[in-house]
Design a protein around this ligand. Structure first.
Ligand code: HEM
Length: 279
């Protein structure tokens, strides 16, 4: 008798996968699940590896969605970009919550395997820099890390020179008829965006008459969602690091928590924050 009510009979269950793709084949699980290679014998290193790998996977999706959103905005299809940008901020929620799991790692546990990491650090995360670049934060010294990896270097360099998400949004303001300074529209995209009066005035006008500018208003709020979540991630990282290593230097060579506090100062979309005081 078949106890499993969800199948009419056991014959319905697919068991012969000769010449057929399995779930594991499709997802490359063999490779994915054999990529956790602890260097120590310490039980807690598995958590440390998996939390980084999960975060990297989510970052891959974030980059994919932001790049899709940039092209949609450039084509004038703001509605399509909203779907992708909403997915970005929901994904960010996942990596923010990942800190709760990592916070179960105590200083004593981490110290058991920290020396095994050598100079390896999230500071060298290629995808994290891609996220920063597509969001318009271009720090040149980062590219040096990848000089010996020409393929990665070329991809990063390309993103470094291209307009970021905020540049696409500013272009959308100009296309909608707002008077944006030429200097901003034709700026060197490899430079981190630092803010401009004409952009601030344009966003202010959008927020003061949301009915007329509903799409741009929605775009602005989606950008604020992303920046807000990015800062939450940075803050949780800094606090979790402080909880685990206090004020020790980082394995990547920085001052550690001091450095992570400093990067919190960077604002991706400055005018969208500035106008809140003025409205
Ligand atoms: C025990 C856990 C962790 C510790 C102690 C730690 C510590 C640090 C420190 C001290 C830095 C500054 C650079 C350096 O000198 O190394 C850093 C940077 C970084 N870490 Fe972590 N981290 C941890 C977990 C993670 C996780 C789970 C991720 C997820 C991918 C991550 C991603 C990054 C990134 C992207 C940076 C560069 C940040 C920036 O430059 O703004 N870290 N980490």
């Amino acid at each position: 008798m078949n106890d499993n009510k969800t199948f009419k009979s056991e014959q319905d269950i697919h068991t012969d996968f000769t010449d057929k793709m399995t779930y594991g084949d499709y997802l490359g699980l063999e490779q994915l699940l054999s990529s956790q290679k602890p260097l120590s014998n310490h039980h807690d290193e598995m958590l440390f590896i998996i939390i980084h790998q999960v975060s990297e996977l989510w970052m891959k999706l974030i980059i994919h969605e932001i790049q899709g959103a940039i092209s949609a905005i450039q084509k004038g299809d703001l509605q399509a970009s909203f779907k992708m940008l909403a997915r970005v901020s929901k994904t960010q929620t996942q990596i923010i919550h990942a800190w709760d799991v990592l916070a179960t790692l105590t200083p004593s546990e981490y110290m058991e395997f920290r020396d095994d990491l050598g100079n390896a650090s999230g500071f060298q995360s290629y995808q994290y820099r891609m996220v920063e670049f597509v969001l318009g934060y271009k720090t040149p010294f980062i590219l040096k890390i990848y000089e010996k990896r020409p393929e990665l270097h070329a991809k990063l360099q390309e993103a470094y020179n291209k307009p970021g998400l905020y540049d696409a949004a500013i272009e959308a303001l100009a296309k909608a008829g707002f008077d944006i300074d030429e200097a901003v529209l034709e700026r060197d995209m490899s430079q981190t965006y630092r803010g401009n009066e004409s952009v601030q005035e344009a966003w202010k006008a959008v927020y003061k008459d949301v009915q007329t500018h509903w799409e741009l208003y929605e775009l602005a709020e989606k950008l604020v969602d992303i920046e807000d979540a990015f800062q939450q991630w940075r803050f949780r990282h800094m606090k979790t690091v402080e909880r685990i290593i206090g004020h020790k230097k980082g394995t990547g060579g920085s001052s550690g928590v001091g450095y992570l506090k400093k990067v919190l100062d960077h604002t991706f979309f400055p005018e969208l924050w500035a106008i809140r005081t003025e409205l």
